[in-house]
Design a protein around this ligand. Structure first.
Ligand SMILES: [Zn+2]
Length: 323
């Protein structure tokens, strides 16, 4: 059943405009991502698949109840994180999958389902391992075969879906190298992927912060009436403004720490998150700070994913009592 109420955050399909729906997946934390559906005459367009085959099957079954004679014929992966593309193999072979060139590259060379499985089953010590399991332990990474894009684009592409336009725009690098959004102009609905987290803290795996701020401005300029974030409940222009203010808040302190010659770990540790300290996953500031330093100074030593998750786990423990 399509839930016509747009302001409730419940698991399932929510109609946000005529023929445009969001698939919401509370609690919106690590891997609990949203997706979207645009229905045209005789065909539909999907925005993102989900983190595992069970989640994606549940979503596609629910969608098939509303698509009727307009089956999914095309899809966008907003970016390469597994919670937005690991379900691709469940789409019919004749579904055309779109992604930016950078996202396609990252799907081919990024974190695999096997690696995620290894992260939750291996022992990385008493701080890191419980954190990794809290992030990814609830998902099922077995049986996933990566399926990448059929059509890639650089900056922008308009796809016609049964008589309606879906505009695909690349706004990254920010959350990842290839972040793209999907905008449905006739309905005023914007699907942001992980350029927007609502009720949670953003994490910058690529960036820069300057470009993410620019991405917020470009999303705002589209003047959407409904905004579907990559994680969290439905929002509107206020949600974009809130994300922008967080990014601007941390950007200033990171620049200050960098200018003072502080190591990135210390800058992340001393960060005054102010009112954003109560946002879930506040520890993601660790990765955002690290990436901002990498942008500012290419000789910042590279850290691998396990090291960064370990740093987030440690940050979370150190700051647990202060929030
Ligand atoms: Zn995500």
């Amino acid at each position: 059943m399509t839930n016509r109420t747009t302001n409730t955050y419940t698991r399932g399909l929510h109609q946000v405009a005529p023929g445009v729906s969001a698939w919401l997946l509370p609690d919106g934390e690590w891997g609990m991502s949203n997706a979207g559906l645009v229905q045209g005459e005789g065909e539909s367009f999907l925005v993102d698949t989900l983190f595992d085959l069970l989640l994606t099957t549940e979503m596609l079954q629910a969608m098939s109840g509303t698509t009727g004679n307009s089956p999914i014929r095309a899809a966008l992966n907003t970016h390469a994180n597994g919670d937005h593309c690991f379900g691709n193999q469940l789409l019919a072979d004749d579904v055309t999958i779109y992604a930016t060139r950078d996202t396609d590259h990252e799907i081919h060379h990024g974190t695999t389902p096997e690696r995620l499985r290894m992260l939750v089953t291996s022992d990385f010590g008493p701080v890191t391992s419980p954190f990794l399991r809290s992030c990814f332990g609830r998902f099922h990474f077995e049986g996933i075969t990566l399926r990448a894009a059929d059509v890639t684009f650089e900056d922008a592409l308009t796809v016609s879906v049964g008589g309606r336009d879906v505009e695909l725009l690349r706004l990254g690098p920010a959350h990842t190298a290839g972040d793209a959004i999907a905008f449905v102009p006739d309905a005023g609905v914007l699907f942001t992927g992980d350029l927007l987290f609502i009720g949670g803290t953003p994490i910058m795996w690529a960036g820069s912060l300057e470009n993410w701020l620019r991405a917020c401005d470009r999303m705002r300029a589209l003047d959407p009436t409904a905004v579907v974030p990559g994680h969290g409940p439905l929002t509107d222009l206020d949600g974009i403004a809130e994300m922008r203010s967080y990014l601007a808040h941390v950007k200033d302190q990171i620049a200050e720490g960098f200018a003072a010659g502080r190591p990135w770990r210390e800058t992340a540790d001393r960060m005054d998150l102010d009112r954003y300290a109560s946002w879930p996953q506040a520890e993601r500031i660790v990765v955002t700070t690290y990436q901002a330093y990498r942008q500012a100074a290419a000789d910042t030593p590279a850290e691998d994913g396990i090291e960064l998750f370990g740093e987030m786990a440690a940050w979370q423990q150190r700051h647990a009592g202060k929030r």
